[in-house]
Design a protein around this ligand. Sequence first.
Ligand SMILES: Cc1cc2nc3c(=O)[nH]c(=O)nc-3n(C[C@H](O)[C@H](O)[C@H](O)COP(=O)(O)OP(=O)(O)OC[C@H]3O[C@@H](n4cnc5c(N)ncnc54)[C@H](O)[C@@H]3O)c2cc1C
Length: 205
Amino acid sequence: MKYDKLLLAMGSVPRILNAPGSNLGNIFTLRSSVDADKLKSMAKKGSTAVIIGASFIGLETSTNLADRGVSVTIVAPESVPFDRLLGSEIGNMYKNLHEEKGNRFMLGSTVKAFEGDGVVQQVVLESGEKLPADFVILGVGVQPATKFLKGIDLNPDGSVSVDRHFQAAEDIYAAGDIASFKWWFTGEEIRIEHWRLALQAWYDC
Ligand SMILES: Cc1cc2nc3c(=O)[nH]c(=O)nc-3n(C[C@H](O)[C@H](O)[C@H](O)COP(=O)(O)OP(=O)(O)OC[C@H]3O[C@@H](n4cnc5c(N)ncnc54)[C@H](O)[C@@H]3O)c2cc1C
C-alpha cells in the first residue's frame, strides 16, 4: 500500500527468557486478551504459579491470582519490587501488601532453567533451589515490535527515535511503545510504555 504519511504504532511484544526449558508448555506471557483468557483458565483454586518479574505485569497478575486462590511465588533479581521506578519505600509497601495476601517473594533470584515433562513442573533458580509450578508467567518486560522494519534506523532496543512531533523520517511518524525521544529535562533518550504516551501522539501531532 502506498502512503502520503505513515504512522508506525505496532506496540511491543513480551520478552521471553532464553533459559533451558523455556519452550515447555504452561509458560505464559501477558499482552492480549487471548493471553489473559489462557491465564484465567489456568488459575484454578489450589494451583501453584511462579511469576518471573516483580514489576507491573508480575505484581498486578499475582494479586489477581491470589484473589483466585492460587499459591504464588514471585521471582526477581532486584531486592525490592519497583525499586528502580518508584523507590524502596513505595516498593516495600507493595511487597507488604502482596505478602498480606499470601504471595511469596524470592528476591535477589534469577532463573536458571524450567523443568517438566512437556509442561513446566518446576522452576530452577541460579541458587539451585527448585520451585514447583503448575504454570509460569513471564513478566520480564517488552521489546518494540519493529523487527520487520527495513529502511529506517532502529535503536539498539529496537525502538524508533522521533522528534517532538513524533516524526521519525520524512513522512514517517512513530508513537506509543515503539517511540523513543529525548527527554527535555535531561536530553536522555527515553521510551515509556504507557497508554498516556500512546495517546499523546493524537494531542501533540
Ligand atoms: C496487561 C497489560 C496491562 C497494562 N496496563 C497498563 C496501565 O494500567 N496503564 C498504562 O498506561 N499502560 C498499561 N499497559 C501498557 C499499554 O498497554 C501500552 O503502553 C500501550 O498499549 C501501547 O500502545 P501502542 O499503541 O504503542 O501499542 P499496542 O496497544 O500494543 O497496539 C499495537 C497494535 O499494533 C498491532 N501490530 C503489531 N505489529 C503489527 C504488524 N507488523 N502489522 C500490523 N499490526 C501490528 C498489534 O496487534 C496492536 O493491535 C499495559 C499493558 C499490558 C500488556
